[in-house]
Design a protein around this ligand. Structure first.
Ligand code: CTP
Length: 154
C-alpha cells in the first residue's frame, strides 16, 4: 500500500488543484493532504480568502483524498512523513528542488502545474472587475452631476 502526501493552500479551489490531487493520488493507494492553516498562510505572506475549515472541508470532499490535516509551519513535513508512513511526497513544480533533503526518508516527486490558472490569477481577475465597476460608477456620477449643472440645479 503506497501512501502519498502533499501540501497546499487550496484557496478559491480551482481545476489546477483538482488535477494536482488526482495526479498525486494516481501515484499510490492512499492520499493525505496538509492544508495550510490561516496563521501559516499569513506567515508566508499569503492572505487566503476562504478560511482554513472550509478549504480543508473542500479538499477532504475530493474522492481521491483520504485525509486532511493542518500545515502550520515549514518544518513539520519530516514528522508528517514519519507519522503517516508516507512513501511519496508530492509538491508542485513551483517547489522544484526545495524538498530534496526529504528524499532520505521518502520519494519526493515534483508535478508540473496546470497551465494558465492560479489562485493569484483568480484574485487579480476579481480586483480588475472591481476596478471596472468603480470606473463605471464614477462615470455615472459625473454624468449625473453634468446633467444637474446643465439644468442649473447645482
Ligand atoms: N497547482 C497546480 N496547478 C496550478 C495551481 C496549483 O498543479 N495551476 C498545485 C500547486 O503546485 C500545489 C497545489 O496545487 O501543489 C496547491 O497549490 P496552491 O499554492 O494552493 O494554489 P495556487 O493556485 O498555486 O495558489 P497561489 O496563486 O496563491 O500560489
Amino acid at each position: 500500500m503506497t501512501t502519498v502526501l502533499t501540501y497546499g493552500t487550496f484557496d478559491l479551489f480551482h481545476i489546477g488543484h483538482v488535477r494536482l490531487l488526482q495526479r498525486a493520488s494516481a501515484l499510490g493507494e492512499r492520499l493525505y493532504v496538509g492544508v495550510s492553516s490561516d496563521a501559516f498562510n499569513a506567515l508566508k505572506g499569503k492572505n487566503s480568502i476562504i478560511p482554513y475549515e472550509q478549504r480543508a472541508a473542500i479538499v477532504a470532499a475530493i474522492k481521491e483524498v483520504d485525509g486532511v490535516f493542518p500545515e502550520e509551519n515549514w518544518t513539520q513535513k519530516k514528522s508528517d512523513i514519519e507519522r503517516l508512513k508516507a512513501d511519496i511526497l508530492v509538491m508542485g513544480s513551483d517547489w522544484e528542488g526545495r524538498f530534496d533533503d526529504l528524499n532520505t526518508i521518502c520519494n519526493v516527486h515534483y508535478l508540473p502545474r496546470t497551465e494558465d490558472i492560479s489562485t493569484t490569477d483568480i484574485k487579480k481577475t476579481f480586483e480588475k472587475i472591481n476596478r471596472q465597476q468603480i470606473v463605471s460608477l464614477e462615470n455615472q456620477l459625473r454624468n449625473a452631476r453634468d446633467t444637474l449643472l446643465r439644468n442649473n440645479l447645482l
